[in-house]
Design a binder for this molecule. Structure first.
Ligand code: SAM
Ligand code: SF4
Length: 502
């Protein structure tokens, strides 16, 4: 298979950095600002209406989403386009006329799940010849996946990638008329698209993309290949979108990007810290979150902006990946263990009580027992509030996939368990410190398991359950913690009050 890594790196090197004489540092190079194009909703509304079925029923769609918040948000955009075309949501696969898999390629098991599902849907396709099956997202960017669909899953009608998601209406219309699989995957994003229609989840929380792509090229990670180079949206577009969200009643806004602290580097006249301050000063803004930040470029300017912006919450997700310098270097992470610990100290000095969460990979190729123990020691030292932990999964065409891997799967699983056991007990201890405390909770809605119980979040993103009426949804309440658990806090409502730091 063609080596996308070389293709991408060389392409970007020649075009942007080398020609401008800026030189290049591996993994930290910059691409120029992406051009921004408005999306034509009027054209979409006129040209790609789906109409009704002969039975008079509407056409219905179902999107199965895998992976990160970015994918969840892409699904909101695609749902927006589909509903503008006249599609309505389906409650299950049987009643859907269009089933779309919005996929993740970060780890192999996500891919296995998707193909398992597509296999199971084949009989449905035989029963309903009008049914259109589609695959998009990060997996669709992989040449190997495109070939697999063509060779083994020809009943998939439509494949498109992350860079041409806005072409869904045209492509779906084509797929409905075609006997063959319609496949359109762009290798890069020529523009960032604005004004895309969105159907957001109801509630208090909303995601806002501030940046697409990633320039870091961590050796294990497929994201720079599936999502392309970093592109920042213009601040005025981001601020406009947030103003509209505030007007629509959303209270808790998460700014999304693979390296949010790199926001604006390509624009040249804006930093993420400046953007945060601008969002913070919007009329009516309540809570501001952001994810994911990278330890490498987490500046003092950014720490100060978080500390000084009252609406920016005291929660930072700061993926460390490993506690060992040799492994970090082989991962092409741009931080060392010491730099990470120093950063944590600087953050804690300036933002007392800040909640820190992280991502950790165990069993990276060649990771020794001692090197893994460095990760355990780092976890013990930092005492994260929570950690997302993963067994290393080799991704085709990434550099680490060629590294010799001597660690057995059984050993990797055992390391994951040791790490999780340690983290769970730290998380539990941290949660127990909240007994008796009164926390500021933004009420999100009824709990998933009991309609008489409300669920809400603290500024630090802790899930809190307590008895209350649905009239409180969207409001801030004070809840006294009575029963802390590892993943949630149970409590009783004390009063309805304005926002105070939890
Ligand atoms: N941009 C974010 C960062 O660098 O912190 C992370 C984005 S990535 C989609 C989410 C997490 O998946 C990573 O932080 C990493 O822990 C994990 N991950 C990525 N590639 C992986 C792989 N090949 N095997 C196992 N875990 C992986
Ligand atoms: Fe980029 Fe994060 Fe993947 Fe590293 S782990 S390449 S920073 S998306």
């Amino acid at each position: 298979m063609e080596n996308l890594i070389h293709q991408l790196r060389e392409g970007r090197l020649k075009k942007h950095a080398m020609e401008e004489g800026r030189g290049l540092v591996f993994g930290t190079h910059r691409s120029p600002a992406a051009e921004c194009a408005p999306f034509d909703i009027a054209k979409l509304t006129e040209q790609y209406q789906v109409g009704q079925k002969v039975s008079g029923q509407p056409y219905r769609y179902l999107i199965r989403t895998y992976g990160c918040q970015m994918n969840e948000h892409d699904t909101e955009v695609m749902a927006g386009m589909l509903q503008t075309m006249g599609y309505e949501p389906a409650s299950d696969v049987e009643s859907a006329d269009f089933i779309l898999f919005n996929t993740c390629a970060v780890r192999e098991n996500a891919e296995d799940k998707v193909f398992g599902e597509i296999g199971r849907l084949r009989p449905l396709k035989q029963r309903n010849p009008e049914l259109v099956l589609g695959l998009c997202g990060c997996m669709a960017q992989e040449k190997g996946v495109q070939k697999l669909v063509q060779d083994k899953f020809p009943w998939v009608d439509l494949v498109f990638g992350t860079h041409n998601l806005h072409r869904l209406p045209q492509l779906l219309t084509e797929a409905r008329q075609s006997q063959e699989t319609v496949l359109e995957v762009w290798d890069y994003a020529p523009q960032t698209m604005e004004n895309l229609p969105k159907v957001r989840a109801q509630g208090t929380r909303a995601w806002v993309n501030i940046q697409y792509g990633c320039n870091k090229f961590c050796t294990y990670c497929i994201v720079p290949y599936t999502r392309g180079a970093e592109r920042s949206r213009l601040p005025e577009d981001i601020l406009d979108e947030i103003r509209n969200l505030i007007a629509d009643g959303y209270r808790d806004i998460t700014l999304l990007g693979q390296n949010v602290n790199d926001y604006g580097v390509d624009l040249g006249n804006m930093t993420f810290a400046q953007l945060l301050r601008q969002v913070n000063s919007l009329e009516g803004i309540d809570r501001i979150r952001f994810t994911t930040s990278n330890p490498w470029n987490f500046t003092q300017e950014l720490i100060d902006a978080i500390a000084e912006s009252e609406h920016v919450v005291e929660h930072i997700h700061l993926p460390v990946q490993s506690g060992n310098n040799r492994i970090l270097k082989r991962m092409n992470r741009s931080h060392t263990r010491e730099a990470y610990l120093h950063l944590v100290q600087r953050i804690r000095d300036k933002i007392p009580g800040v909640s820190l969460t992280t991502d950790i990979i165990v069993g990276f190729p060649g990771e020794t027992e001692e090197e893994f123990q460095d990760t355990l020691k780092l976890v013990e030292e930092v005492r994260f509030d929570n950690a997302f932990t993963f067994i290393y999964s080799a991704r085709e065409n990434t550099p680490a996939a060629t590294f010799e891997d001597t660690v057995t799967l059984a050993e990797k699983k055992a390391r994951l368990k040791r790490l999780n056991d340690m983290q769970y007990s730290i998380s539990r201890e941290k949660q127990e410190q909240y007994v008796g405390q009164e926390l500021d909770v933004l009420v999100e809605g009824p709990s998933k398991t009991n309609p008489d119980v409300l669920a809400g979040r603290t500024r630090k993103n802790q899930l809190v359950l307590f008895a209350g009426t649905s009239a409180l949804v969207g409001q801030h309440v004070k809840v006294r913690v009575t029963e802390p658990q590892t993943w949630l806090l149970k409590g009783e409502i004390v009063s309805h009050r304005g926002e105070e730091s939890a």
